[in-house]
Design a protein around this ligand. Structure first.
Ligand code: GLU
Length: 409
């Protein structure tokens, strides 16, 4: 099943649990705006998308992904998840996502710059601080955001730093953004340990995906005394039942080396990592990592989705049967977009917001998201999943906005 259809299925399930009418759900069945372009760069034609899924709560907001597997189905699903994520986080955004289909690992820095500028030119009339605000996602970063901003501002003939977030500090970015996704994920993981693992002080944790989010999350959990027993990147992983030396592993990864070659443990495959007997599995790689193929063999009692969509629909049902606790992506990884919101607000108002205040606000927003999801879960006597609880809250806020806008009665 395509990821889009799976999402619609999840939507329907959540709506049924809360008796939301089919007529109301119709407004969430389709994306609000799909934009497609082919970017001509160095003799290549690269398919590129920007999709706004819903904009009842505000302008589009969501990252841009550079990856060889990018497709319209994927970008639309990511835009859908952004809509729910922004709604659940109580921030004034709709949801959007973008992507370019190519392999950034095979491209030179000059080509990456050219592709970023071509992207900004292709979608310049769709983007803007009050229209749709991109940010980094898989294989994009502050440098890519800078090229897009620069090209956009050249076209508009004016500065508009609020048109994009995740920028370097010199261009109006915010220091907190770097590890915001991990920080948010860490805060809800601590809550999850309290509630579902009796506050265990040295939980065994496996982290799939040692990119920006996975690496910072592993460091934060290790600093609390938890054991990171396994970690992986796209080439494979490493396992040490006594806990990996996380600082050494991060230095290894940051020097451009592959995780499976790290000497502090034994090499394992990505699929072996998912089936390890650990307390917590952190999924910080890509979509569809746990599916009908391997869900039955996943034994970890708790999973945190730091990536978007790492568990597919059928796997979700298998895990729910087993009572596996899954902290859903739209809550677990919302720290990134929450801090994007702070950056945008700062750019719009020209005010400098105090960093301690913002750290505290991120913490409060994550706690609030967690508490509202748990309250809904408990209202349904624990008979629904945390994902269903989160979907219900997110959908209701979007539908309330749609109602005020007169799109539904
Ligand atoms: N790409 C990130 C996400 O999936 C961040 C989006 C943003 O900051 O707009 O949540």
């Amino acid at each position: 099943m395509s990821i889009v259809l799976e999402n619609l299925e999840r939507l329907k399930e959540a709506a049924k649990l809360e008796n939301i009418s089919d007529e109301h759900m119709l407004v969430l069945q389709n994306p609000a705006q799909v934009s497609y372009a082919e970017l001509s760069v160095g003799g290549r034609q690269l398919p590129a998308w920007r999709i706004i899924y819903n904009r009842a709560l505000g302008p589009g907001k969501g990252g841009i992904r550079f990856h060889p597997e990018v497709s319209e189905d994927e970008v639309q699903s990511l835009a859908f998840w952004m809509s729910l994520k922004n709604s659940l986080a109580d921030i004034p955004y709709g949801g959007a996502k973008g992507g370019v289909k190519f392999n950034p690992k095979d491209s030179s820095p000059e080509e990456l710059e050219e592709i970023s500028r071509a992207y900004a030119r292709a979608f310049s009339d769709k983007l803007g601080q009050d229209k749709d605000i991109p940010a980094p996602d898989v294989y994009t970063n502050g440098q890519i955001m800078s090229y897009i901003l620069d090209e956009f501002e050249k076209i508009k003939g004016a500065h508009e730093p609020g048109m994009i977030t995740g920028k370097p500090i010199e261009l109006g970015g915010i220091a907190l953004r770097g590890d915001a996704t991990a920080q948010g994920g860490y805060l809800v993981t601590k809550e999850m340990i309290k509630k579902f693992l009796s506050g265990k002080s040295s939980a065994k944790i496996a982290v799939q995906g040692y990119g920006n989010a996975g690496l910072f999350m592993a460091e934060k959990l290790a600093a609390d005394g938890h054991l990171i027993v396994a970690a992986s990147d796209s080439k494979g992983g490493v396992y040490n039942e006594n806990g990996l030396d996380v600082a050494a592993l991060s230095a290894w990864k940051n020097s451009g080396k592959s995780i499976y070659e790290f000497a502090g443990g034994k090499a394992i495959s990505n699929s072996e990592l998912l089936e390890l007997s650990v307390d917590i599995l952190v999924l910080a790689a890509l979509e569809n990592q746990i599916t009908e193929e391997n869900a039955a063999r996943v034994v970890a009692p708790c999973i945190v989705e730091l990536a978007n969509g790492p568990i597919n629909l059928v796997a979700d049902r298998i895990l729910a049967e087993k009572k596996t606790v899954v902290v859903p992506d739209i809550l677990a990884n919302s720290g990134g977009v929450i801090v994007s919101y702070f950056e945008w607000a700062q750019n719009r108002t020209g005010q400098i917001l105090d960093e301690d205040y913002l750290k505290n606000l991120l913490d409060k927003k994550m706690q609030s998201g967690w508490q509202r999801v748990i309250a809904k879960f408990e209202e349904k006597s624990g008979k629904i999943t945390l994902r269903q609880a989160a979907y219900i809250i997110a959908i209701k806020r979007i539908l309330a906005a749609e109602k005020y806008r007169g799109r539904i009665k």
